[in-house]
Design a protein around this ligand. Structure first.
Ligand SMILES: *Cc1c(COP(=O)(O)O)cnc(C)c1O
Length: 368
């Protein structure tokens, strides 16, 4: 089976270095909030063009703690995309605020800036764009809207470390940005982890306190916080991965280019494309077809793993029944949920494995 992603190949590649570091780590006695987390935070801030980075337990917590630190909660609205992983909106709801879903762009699958403005009310506090599948959202338009209406911007960059918009790295556009290190993300660890980036020192200090029980000083607590720290063990793994992430992202881009050249010859397929000034990292490679079911079954029979991202847009999820959205409310997101599916793309996918995947499409599609 060719996997959609294959974290084990990545960690096997790093294993010599990891085992060496692990020996040292065992003897260190410092397993939580030690020097590795501090180094990772420094490197991460620098790499995202931010003043600070704060390691937390996972990407969902990164979003929740950020919203909390920004004072977003009961009675507030946050405008976001319905076409994302559930955690984006879940974090907003977890704070007692209301996610307001607006439709996405049919080409980039990212939140449509033109739809945001119409959804702004006196209760709107923030816009939360997602850089979906590793492709940056339109941060120029979103930034301009936020300035015009006095709104905060929180980037959900959980799928997009290393992606760029207008030459600038994601994680540097919002008041804060949130990243996930779940194993299958383009920058992942062997478990859960996350980080928040921001250039607001006060916000950074608040998130640092929140992640550690609202405690600025041992056994003194300013506020009710969380236990949401990034483990040293994960920082150790991520520091090793950081040395290779640029090559890995480049390999992802090269594979996306090979897919584009080969699959672009076939009719009836929508392929990912990069708008001007946008550089994606292809966390996932999703193609669209009105014949999804038969392609999925042909790929499965050929030993190729696939995945549907996402089969149910968030406004139609059971959990959001009480928000009272109806089918047809956000037609672009709904149509994408019926057409898109992911095919394998990860840095350790070989050219010959990719050729095997392409040949399944060749055998099942007409040429243009
Ligand atoms: C993975 C993901 C999250 C949540 O990250 P976890 O580390 O799994 O909590 C949030 N938003 C998006 C867009 C994601 O892909």
């Amino acid at each position: 089976m060719i996997g959609l992603s294959d974290p084990s190949r990545q960690f096997r590649f790093l294993s010599k270095e990891l085992l060496r570091e692990f020996e040292v780590f065992i003897g260190s006695g410092a397993y939580v909030m030690g020097e590795r987390v501090a180094s990772l935070e420094r490197i991460f801030a620098e790499r995202t063009g931010s003043l600070e980075a704060i390691g937390v337990a996972n990407g969902t917590d990164a979003l929740i703690l950020t919203l909390d630190a920004l004072g977003i909660g009961e009675g507030d609205e946050v405008i976001t995309t319905p076409f994302t992983f559930f955690a984006t909106a879940e974090a907003i709801s977890r704070r007692g605020a209301r996610p307001v879903f607006v439709d996405v762009d049919p080409v980039t699958y990212n939140i449509d800036p033109a739809s945001i403005e119409a959804a702004i009310t006196p209760n709107t506090k923030a816009i939360m764009p997602v850089h979906l599948f590793g492709l940056p959202a339109d941060m120029d338009s979103i930034g301009a809207l936020a300035r015009k209406h006095g709104l905060l911007v929180i980037e959900d960059a959980c799928q997009a470390f290393g992606a760029r918009f207008g030459g600038r790295p994601v994680g540097s556009f919002g008041h804060a940005a949130c990243f996930s290190f779940f194993p299958t993300k383009n920058l992942g660890t062997m478990g859960d982890g996350g980080i928040v980036t921001t250039s607001d020192p006060k916000l950074a200090a608040t998130i640092r306190r929140l992640r550690h029980h609202g405690s600025p000083k041992k056994y003194y607590h300013d506020t009710i916080g969380y236990n949401s720290r990034l483990d040293e063990l994960h920082a150790l793994i991520l520091l090793a991965a950081m040395n290779h992430i640029d090559e890995w992202n480049e390999r992802r881009r090269a594979l996306a280019d090979r897919y584009r050249k080969a699959l672009g010859q076939m009719s009836g397929l929508d392929l990912p494309s990069e708008p001007d000034r946008v550089r994606g990292v292809y966390h996932l490679y999703c193609v669209g077809s009105d014949d999804r079911a038969s392609l999925l079954s042909a790929l499965r029979q050929a030993g190729v793993q696939t995945g549907v991202y996402y089969p149910c847009p968030l406004h139609l999820q059971q959990a959001y029944r009480k928000l009272d959205y109806r089918p047809g409310d956000l037609p672009v997101a709904e149509r994408l949920s019926e057409r898109l599916f992911a095919i394998p793309l990860h840095p350790f996918l070989s050219d010959s494995e990719q050729d095997r995947i392409i040949s399944v499409f060749r055998d099942n599609r007409r040429a243009k």
